[in-house]
Design a protein around this ligand. Structure first.
Ligand SMILES: Nc1ncnc2c1ncn2[C@@H]1O[C@H](COP(=O)(O)OP(=O)(O)OP(=O)(O)O)[C@@H](O)[C@H]1O
Ligand SMILES: [Mg+2]
Length: 259
């Protein structure tokens, strides 16, 4: 099982859309079995896949419970090949609880331990983690548990704020906890054919320390509609620019992994 963290310290850059689209496209176009993890108290991924709830177990339990079968937290969705580990607002409290837990149990490896148990069953091909726009103990848990990091970037005046800090966090996590961790690349999202977007893209592609996927994701009005119908964009409007770009991006991601 390959684990991918979709992360950026900035909000509203299409982390959730990217994580959900990757899950859906890997499952339906490439026949992969997917565990999609919602690691954001907003629970947008859980809502998109119809599994948001306050009654059932969530990622909060994975981070805080002493003894827990991680399979108890995983929910089926209407897609055969996609299961979701949901999140809700209890993640705020869970983050605090983990921070205050100074027992011998490491705070950073709780998600990894759960995913190691899940991976041992060889059921999923990919685990994709949709992260909150933050560095906190649950996002650190995600990085410790991941093989690849994908950073969605929406070009605007502040688009590159926090990139340096995120890169440092990735490097620190690699050094301290997870030598496998790799920045797979930055993904330009919500791209519009304006001078600002072109210049921003050009600048990012000229930075040697940040790998950037060749595919960028176009802005499409269909995306907003798809969120209301709780459908992944490649299901809602396969021919929209955003859907076609996500399909091309997933192919590029898989091809890069083969090299
Ligand atoms: N390619 C696109 N075309 C049009 N709208 C888009 C596109 N990508 C993202 N959006 C819109 O931008 C908004 C933010 O997207 P999304 O929720 O995926 O971002 P996020 O990074 O997960 O946000 P947060 O930090 O709040 O979790 C949403 O309203 C989404 O519909
Ligand atoms: Mg989100």
């Amino acid at each position: 099982m390959k684990t991918i963290s979709v992360i950026n310290l900035k909000g509203g850059v299409a982390k959730t859309l990217t994580a959900g689209s990757m899950a859906h496209i890997l499952a339906t176009y490439h026949g992969k079995r997917i565990l999609l993890i919602d690691n954001d108290k907003q629970g947008n991924t859980s809502k998109t896949f119809g599994v948001h709830s306050y009654d059932d177990k969530s990622i909060s339990d994975v981070l805080t419970a002493r003894r827990l079968d991680p399979w108890e937290v995983i929910k089926k969705t209407r897609f055969d090949m996609i299961d979701v580990m949901p999140a809700n607002m209890s993640l705020i409290r869970a983050n605090l609880e983990v921070m205050l837990d100074t027992s011998a149990r490491p705070q950073q490896t709780r998600l990894r331990d759960a995913l190691t148990a899940i991976a041992a069953e060889s059921f999923y091909d990919f685990c994709i983690i949709d992260n909150a726009p933050d560095i906190n103990i649950s996002t650190i848990n995600a990085l410790v548990a991941s093989d690849d990091v994908i950073i969605p970037i929406k070009i605007d005046k502040y688009a590159f704020d926090g990139l340096e800090e995120l890169k440092e966090q990735i490097e620190d996590t690699r050094a301290d906890w997870n030598p496998r961790l790799r920045l797979a690349g930055c993904l330009i999202t919500c791209f519009q054919r304006t001078d600002a977007d072109r210049q921003g893209e050009e600048w990012l592609r000229s930075q040697p320390e940040y790998p950037v996927f060749d595919t960028h994701i176009r802005y499409s009005e269909k995306v907003a509609e798809s969120t209301f119908s709780e459908s992944p964009i490649a299901e809602y409007s396969r021919r929209s620019g955003a859907a076609m770009d996500y399909i091309a991006f997933v192919r590029e991601y898989l091809d890069r992994g083969k090299k």
